[in-house]
Write a protein of this length. Structure first.
Length: 188
């Protein structure tokens, strides 16, 4: 698949089959992430693959974070929210957490380290698409919570920047529309 075609046709696919994704394909997706640009070649990205029963431990973390948010678990709305949060890790057979391990080298700025990891995430989404896999990039408050960092063994300065849900598509890819680049570009 041509890279420009992959960019134009990649979409977030929120519904995937529970069918296992071969380890070799997961490794190819991660490998694509490691080829992202990064200042001073710090390679700040770290990847955590969560599959099978390991999703239960991530579910517990998401439940703890939801409970700490002041959720009223006695209300119907609170119960629904807690149920939703606890079940997020089971939306796909594979979750790849992408984290930025921010360097201490004094040259690369924190923002650059995060940017490199965002670029790695996009590479991974494009690679998944080219391999016939569905993916969607999720973040949200839970992603940035200290308990999430603790779960992945990260330091305070580090960040979880993406949870990539991965599987085989179980829905049609929808068309998308973007504003023309000419409307968003100013030539100086």
């Amino acid at each position: 698949m041509d890279v420009l075609e992959a960019i134009r046709t990649r979409r977030s696919i929120g519904k995937v089959k529970e069918e296992a994704v071969p380890k070799e394909l997961i490794e190819k997706v991660i490998e694509a992430g490691t080829w992202a640009p990064n200042r001073y070649l710090t390679q700040p990205w770290r990847f955590f693959v969560i599959t099978g029963k390991a999703r239960q431990s991530l579910s517990r973390v998401m439940e703890e974070i939801a409970l700490q948010s002041g959720l009223d678990i006695n209300s119907e709305e609170g119960k629904k929210k807690l149920y939703k949060e606890k079940n997020k890790p089971f939306r796909a057979p594979v979750i790849i957490a992408v984290a930025a391990e921010v360097t201490d080298n004094g040259k690369a700025m924190r923002l650059e380290e995060l940017g490199a990891c965002y670029a790695a995430t996009e590479n991974m989404l494009l690679a998944a698409h080219s391999l016939g896999l569905a993916s969607f990039w999720k973040t949200g408050k839970a992603c940035y919570h200290p308990k999430m960092k603790e779960y992945f063994g990260l330091k305070e300065k580090d960040e979880v920047i993406a949870l990539i849900y991965l599987g085989y598509p179980d829905m049609e890819r929808k068309d998308a529309h973007r504003k023309p680049a000419s409307e968003l570009t100013k030539w100086v």
